[in-house]
Design a protein around this ligand. Structure first.
Ligand code: CTP
Ligand code: CA
Length: 225
């Protein structure tokens, strides 16, 4: 790879990456979210930049340093993530990589004031969130779209099923049942699937995985065209 942006594997490519969790508000002081650290997405943003790409990072709330030279757009909710991603792809994108751990559901309504604990039991009504990756991949001008699939069981089955349903060029499967890998860890091991092939990368630091993923994405794109 080439930090000068001259002859890197992604030289001149426009890459949009989602990263981190989303937060779905319940009331002014509470939300629903998950344990995503954003590390994999931020590492990919850095690796794509090092390979010569122009990178836009659509980021949920994380505590990570902004990678130098990357255009970061901060969002909170899944709806904001779809909006910001659609705008970024409207501006022109060759590659879309969805690493974000998007909350699948949000509270049906957000209380205007802090909820008080009047009752002994409480039920929250949740509604489905929009799917950013599926929406982007279904566009007529869809970029080369890469999804992530964090699974605890039947990894290949669920991951390749997501690839087909969301019309992805590639899916990066992550077995999150292994302690010390994946969510919130610095280490990861992934198996990448595409129509007609697969490759396992790691266990290795997320920065190494990111560099190899960038190489593989470039290879697969070259193979397609
Ligand atoms: N994704 C997305 N928007 C959503 C949900 C998921 O962009 N609302 C993206 C993720 O960033 C990831 C891929 O879709 O790249 C798969 O996410 P995952 O949660 O594994 O799949 P789901 O389709 O939500 O299915 P489930 O959670 O039921 O396994
Ligand atoms: Ca999900």
């Amino acid at each position: 790879t080439d930090a000068s942006g001259g002859g890197g594997a992604m030289a001149g490519q426009r890459v949009v990456i989602t990263a981190g969790p989303t937060r779905e508000p319940i009331d002014p002081v509470r939300y629903i979210s998950n344990y995503s650290s954003g590390k994999m997405g931020y590492a990919l943003a850095g690796a794509a930049r090092d390979a010569g790409a122009r990178v836009t990072l659509i980021s949920g709330p994380v505590s990570l340093a902004v990678p130098a030279g990357v255009d970061v757009r901060s969002v909170q909710t899944a709806e904001e993530m779809l909006q910001a991603s659609s705008e970024a792809v409207d501006e022109g994108a060759d590659i879309f990589i969805a690493t974000a751990a998007v909350a699948d559901y949000r509270p049906e309504s957000r209380a205007g004031q802090k909820m008080k604990k009047s009752q002994e039991e409480l039920s929250l009504s949740l509604v489905r969130n929009p799917d950013t990756l599926a929406t982007i991949a279904a566009r007529s001008d869809a970029p080369f779209s890469v999804g992530f699939a964090a699974e605890t069981n039947d990894v290949e089955h669920y991951a390749t099923d997501k690839m087909k349903r969301k019309r992805l060029a590639m899916v990066v499967a992550n077995d999150v049942s292994t302690p010390g890998l994946g969510f919130n860890s610095d280490q990861n091991a992934v198996t990448v699937f595409w129509p007609g092939g697969q490759r396992t990368i790691g266990p290795a630091p997320k920065t190494d995985i990111a560099r190899e993923l960038v190489e593989l994405i470039s290879e697969r794109m070259a193979d397609q065209s």
